[in-house]
Design a protein around this ligand. Structure first.
Ligand SMILES: [Zn+2]
Length: 279
């Protein structure tokens, strides 16, 4: 037994000795290779210093973290305006169906705060959140006293080559019990064929993120084919209904600046998820 133990110990010594030797050789090899590489680099630099500089620059521009990322544009439309424009405009290109150019929207049941004021505040908050995530944002309006029809707003989004066009609204209903956040996306038709799928995805991603917050009752997604703001669009578009101004609880939530902040944080997260999914 003693002999066996002794031979095992000797064997272990021999093995560790060999391992050390191999490691030493390998490291030496590495050092040698590095030195050769450095020498070669120096030679290249000597032979053609300009070329070398150029290739170094090329390497720099190729590094993804150093390249300036092209910002995706999100156009945000705060729905409605101070004064209605009851002039008519077609609900789709070449359509004979017409709609009011702009309306005032719904009104807070207890505070009488108008929808156009709530949507502008929410749009500004959403813009802040989207900028934090690296998007470029463009609002269709910055004041309430404007005269901008739904078609004109949508044409702005097209002109901006928007990655996504987000229309912000707050619902109104005769029944004060109607409540909750929802998203409207374009139905598939001849005008929306090229972007209705992306719009649907964006709507799903936004709704999913907003659903994380339990105090926001969800109404899901509905699809509409009669909206000028969808049919005139050439880019993916969604309309978020932040909640019902005709429901006292929703109204309270929408008029609470902190709660509105949180809601826009979730919407921005949804936009971010959508943008990553699309890449
Ligand atoms: Zn509205």
């Amino acid at each position: 037994m003693k002999k066996l133990a002794l031979s095992l110990i000797i064997l272990a010594f021999i093995i560790s000795g060999i391992t050390l030797l191999v490691n030493y050789k390998t490291n030496e090899g590495l050092v040698n290779t590095q030195q050769t590489h450095q020498k070669n680099q120096k030679n290249v630099a000597k032979e053609n210093p300009q070329n070398h500089k150029k290739s170094q620059e090329k390497k720099k521009t190729k590094a993804p973290h150093k390249r300036k990322k092209k910002q995706l544009v999100i156009t945000i439309d705060p729905g409605h305006q101070l004064k209605a424009n009851v002039g008519q405009e077609p609900d789709a290109p070449h359509s004979l169906q017409t709609k009011y150019k702009a309306t005032v929207g719904s009104i807070g049941i207890t505070t009488k705060r108008p929808e156009y004021a709530v949507t502008l505040e929410a749009a500004k908050k959403l813009s802040v959140q989207l900028k934090k995530k690296g998007f470029k944002t463009i609002l269709t309006r910055h004041a309430n006293d404007v005269d901008l029809s739904n078609v004109e707003r949508t044409k702005q989004a097209n002109k901006n080559k928007s990655f996504l066009y987000i229309r912000i609204h707050a619902d109104g209903a005769e029944n004060p019990n109607a409540s909750g956040f929802s998203v409207i996306a374009p139905a598939k038709n001849e005008h929306t064929a090229s972007f209705y799928k992306d719009s649907k995805r964006a709507a799903e991603d936004i709704l999913k993120q907003v659903s994380h917050r339990t105090d926001t009752y969800q109404n899901g997604i509905s699809y509409r084919g009669d909206q000028a703001g969808f049919n005139w669009s050439k880019v993916p578009v969604v309309l978020v209904e932040l909640g019902f101004l005709t429901n006292p609880n929703d109204e309270k939530r929408l008029l609470d600046s902190d709660k509105l902040d949180k809601l826009t944080v979730d919407i921005a997260k949804g936009v971010e998820v959508y943008s990553k999914r699309k890449k």
